[in-house]
Design a binder for this molecule. Structure first.
Ligand code: GLY
Length: 285
């Protein structure tokens, strides 16, 4: 059950039973927990499987896929509990092989761009397909006409091209490059969240340790919900920081990212400690 309007990535409730679906509909339409965003709701078949994000740069008839990534959207370990905007991502994900990715381009992205063109829209920009890898193949959960957070952090640290040039070319309707170039390394991103998130998050807690984290090899920290009050850095949103680690393999990237996380603290800080873990288990590493 999904609130049709904008709800900061939190408006979709995955329900196991019809009773849970009715409860979700009541929260949206009667209790109005998402305000006007829940005035209209969407009810869809529940899909099961691993979720992946496939982002593409679209310019007219050119569609360049970015390396796929996985974002862990749920609040709890083992992908359980409420949806958030995203608690951590890694790129590339081995959940999609080259043949499946080709199929996604052919059967999902190209027809979507064609359908937009038939409606008189020549789409230029990022098309983000949120997909579920179901036993029956990849199915679309959502499209966004933007990059993802935290997918972007995990993806762009690997990009070996000048994104400003790519964005300029896309906006002019023609991509000069023949494909996007990626560094042969893995990136993992772990989101540090404030107490209360994904509900109303507490603000104003002092953050320490970012410089120590950034001093570690392969670690980059991005700010999201932070604020500089005189010389104190404090929390100012639900998802506070994204801590990214790079390395030759996913295991190395995760080790770097969690090494960075261990240096940072603020009251109420929490994060998922299992980003990429299922995939590592599948890879046998
Ligand atoms: N991480 C999910 C999104 O950006 O929509």
């Amino acid at each position: 059950v999904k609130a049709s309007g904008l709800a900061a990535g939190k408006g979709a409730v995955v329900c196991d039973t019809p009773e849970e679906a009715l409860e979700a509909a009541e929260r949206m339409m009667v209790r109005r927990e998402f305000g006007d965003a829940g005035s209209t709701i969407l009810i869809e078949e529940k899909l099961t499987g691993q979720e992946v994000s496939v982002l593409a740069i679209v310019a007219g008839r050119s569609i360049w896929l970015m390396d796929p990534c996985q974002d862990h959207k749920q609040v709890g370990e083992g992908d359980s509990g409420r949806n958030t905007g995203g608690m951590g991502a890694y790129c590339p994900t081995p959940l999609l092989d080259a043949a499946t990715l080709d199929g996604i381009q052919r059967e999902i992205l190209v027809p979507t761009a064609d359908a937009l063109r038939r409606e008189g829209i020549e789409y230029r920009g990022v098309l983000y397909a949120g997909l579920m890898l179901t036993p029956g193949g990849p199915k679309v959960l959502e499209f966004n006409c933007r990059l993802g957070d935290p997918e972007t952090q995990a993806t762009f640290l690997r990009l070996d091209d000048n994104f400003a040039e790519i964005a300029r070319d896309a906006s002019e309707g023609a991509l000069e490059t023949k494909s996007l170039n990626w560094r042969k390394e893995a990136v993992a991103c772990v989101v540090l969240a404030a107490e209360g998130y994904p509900g109303s998050a507490r603000k104003g807690d002092e953050i320490t340790g970012i410089d120590e984290a950034m001093a570690l090899s392969g670690v980059t920290v991005y700010h999201a919900g932070t604020r500089l009050e005189e010389d104190r850095l404090t929390t100012s949103g639900g998802r506070v920081l994204s801590v990214c680690g790079r390395g030759p393999t996913l295991s190395d990237a995760l080790e770097a990212a969690y090494g960075g996380v261990s240096k940072i603290s603020f009251d109420g800080m929490w994060y998922r400690s299992d980003i990429g873990r299922d995939t590592l288990t599948k890879l046998g590493t």
